[in-house]
Design a protein around this ligand. Sequence first.
Ligand code: ATP
Length: 888
Amino acid sequence: MYGNSPGQESGSLALTFLGKKVGRHHAVAPAGQQRAWETTNRSSDVEESTVSSRVVHAPVAAAILEDLPGSVPDLREDSRRLAACPVYSTHIHQNPDNTAAAQHKASWMQRWTSFRSWISAGHRKQEDDQGVEEEDSEDVRIYIPYESAELCITQIAEDMEAMKNRHFEMVKELEVNFQIAARETQEREVLKVRAHYQNKMTALKTMLALYQGKVEQKDKEWHQKVQALTALREQLLEEQGVERRRCKEEAQQWHREKSKMLELFSSRLDLLNSHQASTLQELQMARQEVGKVQEMLMAAREQRQEAAEEGDSPENNEESENPAACSEQELPLEGANARLEELKESLYQREREITELLGEEGSPIPPPPCATLLPVLIQKAHVICLTVPEARTHLQQMIEENQASLLQARDKLEQFKKTREDQIPTEEETADPTELSALEEAVVEGEVIQMALNYIRTGGIPVKRVEPEAEGVKTVGQQLLGLQDQLKQVKEENKRVIENYTTERTLRKKFYNMVEDMKGKIRVFCRIRPVNRAEAAQGGVVVVEKLDDYSVAVETPRGLREFQFDRVFSTESSQEELFQDTHRMIQSAIDGFNVCIFAYGQTGSGKTFTMVGDKEYRSPGIMPRAFTAMFDIIKDNSTRFDCKVSAYMLELYNDQLQDLLVGQAGDGPATQAPPHAPPRRVEIKRNRKGVVFAQGAETKQATSAPELLALFQQACANRHISSTKMNSESSRSHLIMGIMVESRNLTNGSLSCGKLSLVDLAGSERAAKTGAKDHQLKEANSINKSLSALGDVISALSSELPHVPYRNSKLTQVMQDSLGGNAKTLMIVNISPSQYNMDETLTSLIYATRVKAITNHAQRNLESKEIAALKEVILKLKSGQTVEEEEV
Ligand SMILES: Nc1ncnc2c1ncn2[C@@H]1O[C@H](COP(=O)(O)OP(=O)(O)OP(=O)(O)O)[C@@H](O)[C@H]1O
């Protein structure tokens, strides 16, 4: 009946649970080889059915029955009994008596009941029983009537069904048990891990608190320092102002003095010229007069000579006898001589005056006699003072008295000057300078006396007196020079103070950013691109300025607006510089963190340049550099970690996710899209930990940076790019690249799974500026819509609203874990420096500032060796694979 006929397939179901093999071997005759059942079915052919039933051998049946523990001994006994009574078997067969059949049926029923009870009891066959039973097996022939056989078959079928169900139940039960056990183990592990990390977290929190305390303290100190420096700066500025005012006043005074002197000189020069002119005139006149007088004298002399020649005449005798008449004749001569003398005197006078004037102008004046006498006098007086004590006392007294009077005179002069400065000068006051000059003279007199008395006391020789005006001029000049020096010093001091202030400000911002980073705030970098040709054509006015490494300012019509970021990169900053600050994010991804780097900004602001680089990869952007850096890190740690890198690449075009890796030659036939196959549907999902993944997206493995770059380049070729007025190669879609790094610790077997998302967003644009039409306009609308949804998410997160509208756009779904999720995120806001794009720049900077306020909760995705192994087992079981004991 249960013959293992030739060609019969023998199947076995084996389940291994925690190292114990459970289940049952069974044998089922394949269709077409179940002779007994076939005979029964063809009941009209009695002869054939009889033969068929008889050719079945008992040992085979017994062997099969052995597989049904519990029933085997009964059946064996029964078969032996039946074999000993062939009449019964034939009788039953030939005489189908109802009672006998009923009895027979009852006996079979009994047996099958026991068999069923065995099934329900879940009796397990012991493998070692097999040997014993093999020994017991005998060649037994069993003859069973067809009705019974039919019944039996039905029963067997039912029982088999029951057995199958039971087996399934058992399998289910085992699965449940297994899941419970796995869950319990997992929970235990999770609890352990949680406790471990809780401790670590507490320690970290304590450290953080300590650090925060320190930072706060430092912050306070810096704040105080900054305040002190600011106060100092203010004071210095004030002093500088005062100095400036003083300098200005002194310069004005110096100018006044100069013009006064110039006036004086010019008036003296005029006087001199007029004196010279009049002197020359007088000289001329005098010469003429002298000439006349000389002529007169000559004439008179000639007359006298003539008279002398006629001397012998009595008239001459009379003249000689009459002196009065003679003197009358000489009178005009005397008058002429007197006039001559007068003229000479006047000439000398003029000469003296001219000499004096010339002497005042600069020619050396012979020292007055007092200048030679004074040192002699002082020396004598000093000697007297040395020898006569009364004279010394008297001198001391004189010095003191003079000092007092000098002080008084100076005070008076100061007061007078002050009152004159304070009051609004009236005409009378300005017109009366005598009082001032009298006071000034008194001061000068007092000073001269003081000097002289001091010389007498000390015995020094007084130096040559300098002209008071020249001294005044020299003093003003010296003062000016001194003031210039002071100004220079103050400027240098100011520069130093400003430098100190800037350094401290920079440090403060750096520490602040570090604290923010530790708090889980999203890091935001700002990059200013150079002015492009279109902007230059619009005037190229630059309104954006990098103030320092952390601040950027925009000159708006309403004034300067300053924004603070984690780093600010100027137009001169290189790709290398930018990447240096990005590098540690790559390390985090390898360490098992979920990391996201994305570029944001208006169209043409340099997002693709920042993320991808230029077309020829002469200055590669973050993405190609990240590939190299990632594999470099992996290589450096290859002795401790075994890492696997795989990537997917999508573009969000017109609100549709498109897989850029589909259709590429890759690591297997599965990656090759069949020709004319409908595009595979890619959906954005989140795993239990909240990490976003692209379901249905082609994921390709890469074993080196060039391999990954080749994949990336091929995928980029599929991207939607077209030319607009703002950018000759404008991205018309958002590019999303996910790089998964699975890293197994070779020491402890733990497994970490990190993800690096690199996103190059399409830029917001105004149709008027880009000149978008038709399908470009549709693209622009779609881009703007998704960016607006991103803006809404940013606003909700930064305002800590209870609902964040992630589901409004596919873009926000893709970025859900990066904004307010569990990722370490870096945003690079790209801006244009030109006035032409000022509005867009301001909008971008405002959004970036809001992003800075968002807090993420980055977690490391690390599993212990056991959990990782159990997960693998579950996966295998789910997919219907056999799990070996060693694997668990
Ligand atoms: N920092 C930079 N230094 C030099 N050139 C730059 C810089 N940033 C951008 N550019 C140049 O400006 C142009 C526009 O840049 P890019 O295509 O990266 O802008 P985008 O923001 O990606 O624009 P869209 O959103 O339209 O795709 C490119 O020709 C690029 O080479």
